[in-house]
Ligand binder design. Structure first.
Ligand code: COA
Length: 330
């Protein structure tokens, strides 16, 4: 069995900054409500002519450059997203084409906030088994296109933002790299965080619905999400540590999916971890779903928060419900 390592990471966010104050001119909300409930101060929204694939492409170009490889070295493309440009095919096909990757395999993973770790895990298996030597793994979202920007949708819309992050995974030659990944799902809870349409269920197909139907809007039971998140994050982080016989003292940085600063605080408190070990950039970007972990990883590296030999843990929780972790020796 081979081992995989992350050779380079990159990210891209749209230029337009949307502050909490900007939102309060569109809906009945306030900077104070959003800040105290979530820690979010601003987020990015992409322009009308920019789709998820455009953000994903820019992040990929950055990751390829940071990894010091050529795009032609990539043998597999996996994109985590719930906001693909088209109903089908996935964003991965667009990226594969724009990077000029000839006929290499490419597919999307729709595991919402856990999708980057799910994608990383799949790419890791491909590299471990020798199927490919280099893979491009992306998390990308243009959530601003899906959210309901009226007062009716405020509980969801104030939390989410747009962005993309990407990682190049290659075969490790020094024993460092991805130590383990753990993936989980509890599908019976899916209606606590979902968007029903458009879909092929009789209740979700366009012929049967008015286009402004509520079924086209993301729905969230915030309290249930919060309650499950603060249990599942610690569980899956502990699972990663146990699998690798690591204690919290061995971990230099935890990069959680940026769901909500209060969730990260509650998780840190439950685990007895100081917040300076838990990376956060949610104040700048809000929750960017599948993109949040690779964006955070990219920024943590740029801020020199990760050094060679460090143990880091990525952890996510989100719609599905899905949750996941990855332990990495950098
Ligand atoms: N601005 C102002 N008021 C809002 C609002 C907004 N954007 N969204 C909801 N409200 C109102 C509600 O209508 C409700 O009003 P009511 O009491 O008159 O009915 C009230 O605020 C609810 O407030 P509160 O009980 O304090 O909500 P909360 O503490 O449950 O916080 C969340 C709401 C969404 C911030 C919280 O449940 C949460 O963080 N959940 C997890 C969300 C998450 O992380 N999702 C992504 C997972 S990947």
């Amino acid at each position: 069995m081979y081992k995989s390592r992350i050779a380079g990471v990159g990210h891209h966010v749209p230029e337009q900054v949307v502050t909490n104050h900007d939102l309060s001119t569109m809906m009945d909300t306030s900077d104070e409500w959003i800040r105290t409930r979530s820690g979010i101060q601003e987020r990015r929204w992409s322009p009308q002519d920019t789709g998820t694939s455009d953000l994903a492409y820019e992040a990929s170009v950055n990751a390829i450059e940071n990894a010091g490889i050529k795009a032609s070295n990539i043998e597999l493309v996996i994109v985590g997203t719930i906001s693909s440009d088209y109903f089908f095919p996935g964003v991965s096909a667009q990226i594969q084409d724009r990077l000029g990757l000839n006929t290499v395999g490419a597919f999307d993973i729709k595991a919402a906030c856990s999708a980057f770790i799910y994608s990383l895990s799949v790419a890791d298996q491909f590299i471990k088994t020798g199927m490919v030597k280099t893979a491009l793994v992306i998390g990308a979202e243009a959530q601003s296109k899906l959210i309901d920007k009226s007062t009716e949708g405020r509980d969801v819309s104030v939390l989410f933002g747009d962005g993309a992050g990407a990682a190049i995974l290659t075969r490790s030659d020094d024993g460092n790299g991805i130590l383990s990944t753990h993936l989980h799902c509890e599908g019976r809870e899916l209606k606590h965080l979902w968007m029903e349409a458009p879909g092929t269920s009789p209740n979700a197909w366009i012929n049967n619905l008015e286009l402004d139907s509520d079924k086209f809007k993301p729905i969230m039971n915030g309290k249930e999400v919060f309650k499950n998140a603060v249990t599942r994050f610690p569980e899956v982080i502990e699972e990663a540590m146990a699998a690798n016989k690591l204690s919290m003292d061995d971990i230099q940085l935890i990069i959680p999916h940026q769901a909500n600063y209060r969730i990260s605080q509650a998780v840190a408190k439950r685990m007895g971890v100081e917040m300076d070990k838990v990376y956060s950039n949610i104040h700048k970007y809000g929750n960017t779903t599948a993109a949040s972990i690779p964006i955070a990883l990219s920024e943590a590296l740029a801020e020199n928060k990760i050094s060679k030999g460090d143990h880091i843990i990525l952890a996510a929780f989100g719609a599905g419900f899905t949750w996941a972790s990855a332990a990495i020796k950098w």
